[in-house]
Write a protein that binds this ligand. Structure first.
Ligand SMILES: *Cc1c(COP(=O)(O)O)cnc(C)c1O
Length: 423
C-alpha cells in the first residue's frame, strides 16, 4: 500500500462483520482459560495481551500503523514524547555509558539528556552536527552507545544530515536515534536514510489536533546487535527476569523493540492509554493531507515574513537561501512542515507587542497543530533569562516561533501583517 492508504488502513484490518472504526479497548485486563496460557505469555513464548501496562489491543493497532508508516519492524506508543525519548536511550544505556547528541534539539530533550540522564549516570556530549566526520569522530568513546538527533530541530529548524550521521554512528558501532516529530514520516522517513530507531512526540503533527499527549518509538530492525555484542551484551546474553531469554535469538531483528517493551515498559509503565491511541489514530488518517497543506501555507508565510522590514531573520528550511535549504532539498522534498522561527526588530518589547496584537493566531505553549499558534520565548519559556543569557541559549529577545496551521493562508498573513504594524 502507498503511504496515504496505510494512513487509513494500516494496523487495523477488521474481519467480517467487525467495527469499521478503530475500537477502543478500555480494559486493563484480558481473560484466559488456563494457567498454561498465562504462563506462555509471561515466558514470552506466546504473544497476546494480559495487562494494559505492557500492551493493549487499541494501542497495538496504532503501533502497527506507525511501524508501517516509518518502515520499521515494530513500535511502542508511549504516554508522551519525552517518555519515548527516554525509552529509546535507556533501552541501550546503563550507568557509566555515553551518548553523542546533536546540540540542535528541543529544549526539553536537552534537559532530559543533560540533567536527568546524568542523574542515572549516563553522560551526554552535545555536538554541532555541521562539523565534519573527522571532527565528530573525536567525540565517540569506547562506552558510547548511541547518537541522537532531530530531523527538523525544534525550534531552530536545523535539518539533520541523516544519511551522513547514520553512517558515522555505524562506523563507531552504535545506532542512530532520530526524533522525527516535525517532519513526520510523510515528509521524511529517516529509516530509509540509515536511522536505526525513530522517536516521535505524537502530541504534535501525528495527532495534529491538540487532543492527547503521546509519543512513540519505532525500531527499523536493521541494527545488528549480535555483531556488536561487546557494546550491547543485554541483547545477546540471557535475561534472568524472563527465564534466560536471549532477545537477539528469540526475536531476531525485532530484538530492540521487544526488549524495550518487556523490560522498560513493564518496569516504567509509560504505555499510551487506549483512549489517546484512538485520538492519535484519527490524526494519522489525514496526515498526508495535513502535512501537504501545512507546508504549502508555511512556504507562503515564510516568503511574506522574509520580505517584511520588521523581520530581521527567518529560519525556515523551505526558504531559498536558508542555511538548511540544501539539506531540505535532499531530505524534505515534499515540504518542510509548518514550523518556523523569525526575529523581530525591537527585541523583547516588540515581541510582546506583536504577540499581544495577534487576533487569529493563538498564543499557546504548543506547536505543530492544525490551528496556527505562536510562542515568544523571551516572554514565556525563557523569561527568566536576560538578553545576554538568551543569546547564549541561541535565542534572540525578538525571536518568535510560529506554527502555521490550516486556516486560509491569506487570513494568517493578514493577522501577521496587522500585528507586525503594532510591533
Ligand atoms: C514536544 C517535543 C518533544 C516532547 O514531547 P512531549 O509529547 O511534549 O513529551 C520531544 N521532541 C520534540 C522534537 C518535540 O517537539
Amino acid at each position: 500500500m502507498d503511504f496515504a492508504s496505510l494512513c487509513l488502513h494500516g494496523g487495523y484490518e477488521p474481519k467480517n462483520g467487525e467495527a469499521g472504526a478503530l475500537p477502543i479497548y478500555p480494559s486493563t485486563t484480558f481473560k484466559y482459560d488456563s494457567t498454561d496460557d498465562v504462563a506462555k505469555l509471561f515466558d514470552l513464548q506466546a504473544s497476546g495481551f494480559f495487562y494494559s501496562r505492557l500492551a493493549n489491543p487499541t494501542v497495538d493497532f496504532v503501533e502497527k500503523k506507525l511501524a508501517a508508516l516509518e518502515g520499521g519492524v515494530g513500535a511502542i506508543c508511549t504516554s508522551s514524547g519525552h517518555a519515548a525519548c527516554f525509552l529509546s536511550v535507556m533501552s541501550l544505556c546503563k550507568a557509566g555509558d555515553h551518548v553523542v547528541a546533536c546540540s540542535n534539539l528541543y529544549g526539553g530533550t536537552i534537559n532530559l539528556l543533560s540533567v536527568t540522564l546524568k542523574r542515572f549516570g549516563i553522560e551526554v556530549t552535545f555536538v554541532d552536527q555541521r562539523q565534519s566526520n573527522e571532527e565528530l569522530s573525536q567525540y565517540f568513546k569506547p562506552n558510547t552507545k548511541a547518537v541522537f538527533g532531530e530531523t527538523i530541530a525544534n525550534p531552530s529548524t536545523a535539518v539533520l544530515d541523516v544519511e551522513r550521521i547514520a553512517k558515522l554512528a555505524h562506523d563507531h558501532g552504535v545506532p542512530l536515534i532520530v526524533d522525527n516529530t516535525f517532519a513526520t514520516p510523510y515528509l521524511c522517513r529517516p529509516i530509509e536514510w540509515g536511522a536505526d530507531i525513530v522517536v516521535h512526540s505524537t502530541t504534535k503533527y501525528l495527532d495534529g489536533h491538540a487532543l492527547g499527549v503521546g509519543g512513540c518509538v519505532i525500531d527499523s530492525g536493521k541494527f545488528d546487535w549480535a555483531a556488536h555484542a561487546d557494546k550491547f551484551p543485554e541483547f545477546v546474553e540471557p535475561d534472568e527476569s524472563y527465564h534466560g531469554c536471549v532477545y537477539s535469538k528469540a526475536f531476531g531483528n525485532a530484538a530492540y523493540i521487544v526488549k524495550a517493551r518487556v523490560q522498560l515498559i513493564r518496569d516504567l509503565g509509560c504505555l499510551q492509554s487506549p483512549q489517546n491511541a484512538f485520538y492519535l489514530n484519527l490524526g494519522l488518517e489525514t496526515l498526508p493531507l495535513r502535512m501537504e497543506q501545512h507546508s504549502k501555507n508555511a512556504a507562503q508565510v515564510a516568503k511574506f515574513l522574509a520580505g517584511h522590514d520588521k523581520v530581521t531573520e527567518i529560519s525556515y528550511p523551505g526558504l531559498e537561501g536558508s542555511a538548511n535549504h540544501e539539506l531540505a532539498q535532499k531530505y524534505l522534498q515534499k515540504g518542510c512542515s509548518g514550523v518556523m522561527t523569525f526575529v523581530l526588530k525591537g527585541g523583547r518589547e516588540a515581541g510582546v507587542r506583536f504577540i499581544d496584537s495577534l487576533k487569529l493566531i493563538r498564543l499557546e505553549v504548543h506547536v505543530a497543530d492544525i490551528k496556527s499558534c505562536v510562542l515568544h520565548p523571551a516572554s514565556s519559556s525563557h523569561r527568566q533569562l536576560n538578553d545576554e543569557q538568551l543569546k547564549a541559549a541561541g535565542v534572540d529577545a525578538g525571536t518568535v516561533r510560529i506554527s502555521v496551521g490550516l486556516e486560509n493562508v491569506e487570513d494568517i498573513i493578514a493577522d501577521l501583517k496587522q500585528a507586525l504594524e503594532q510591533a
